[in-house]
Ligand binder design. Structure first.
Ligand code: FES
Length: 232
């Protein structure tokens, strides 16, 4: 990952405590590992801390994790600083991670990033003044077949992006609505953009076309692709 969040002045909280709910989850996570191997839970605990603390992990949280897992602080810091999925400084409410690796780039990620920058008035690596959005670029998100791709807060994938649908996504997020994730052009799963190219009989029987018609039984996504039908 080459982008990093805008380095505005921010204060490291002196203390961090997990919520009651997360402490329960921690017990469950740690119980999955053999006795004496509780340090293996460091990654899920870092993830819990990040989710509890508005998308970033303060140093106090890493210290708390070291205490809970009875491991040296430096080992927690080593893990947290190695993986780009952990944010060690504040991020916006919506952390938008744009894949800019070759397949996404060939399919227009630069234009999509440009449209987002223009719409939000920030550059990659920056956060909007209202704290709503942070834009960063990342390496392959593993969804190249539906490039270009954007990941929000490490959870939802928005695929088949273009300069128009990215603006729709941003406007929805701004309005407090959660846009439907997955293909934004109505493509079913990773089907070829021009429609099915294999198992044609089955595709015909199930009314699967390039236009986003879903299988009669709803398919694996429960027919969500059908409801979009935004083939462009
Ligand atoms: S190159 Fe973008 S998801 Fe793989």
């Amino acid at each position: 990952m080459s982008g990093s969040a805008h380095k505005a002045n921010f204060v490291q909280p002196k203390e961090f405590k997990f919520s009651k709910e997360n402490l329960k989850k921690i017990d469950e996570i740690v119980a999955k590992y053999p006795k004496g191997r509780q340090q293996s839970a460091v990654m899920p605990l870092l993830d819990l801390a990040q989710r509890q603390n508005d998308n970033w992990i303060p140093e106090a949280a890493m210290e708390e994790i070291a205490r809970i897992l009875d491991m040296p602080r430096i080992k927690v810091f080593e893990v947290a600083t190695f993986y780009t999925m952990y944010n060690l400084e504040p991020r916006g409410k919506h952390h938008l991670q744009f894949c800019t690796t070759t397949p996404c780039w060939l399919r227009g990620s630069s234009e999509v990033v440009g449209a987002c920058e223009k719409h939000l008035g920030i550059k990659l690596g920056e956060t909007t003044p209202d704290g709503m959005f942070t834009m960063t670029d990342v390496e392959c998100l593993g969804a190249c077949v539906n490039a270009p791709v954007l990941q929000r807060n490490g959870d939802e994938f928005y695929e088949d992006l273009n300069t128009e649908n990215i603006v729709e996504i941003l406007d929805n997020l701004k309005a407090g609505k959660m846009p439907e994730h997955g293909s934004q052009t109505g493509r079913i799963h990773a089907m070829g953009e021009a429609g099915p190219t294999t198992l044609l009989d089955m595709a015909k029987k199930n009314n699967i076309t390039a236009g986003g018609d879903a299988p009669k039984d709803g398919g694996k996504d429960g027919g969500k692709a059908k409801s979009k039908g935004k083939k462009k």
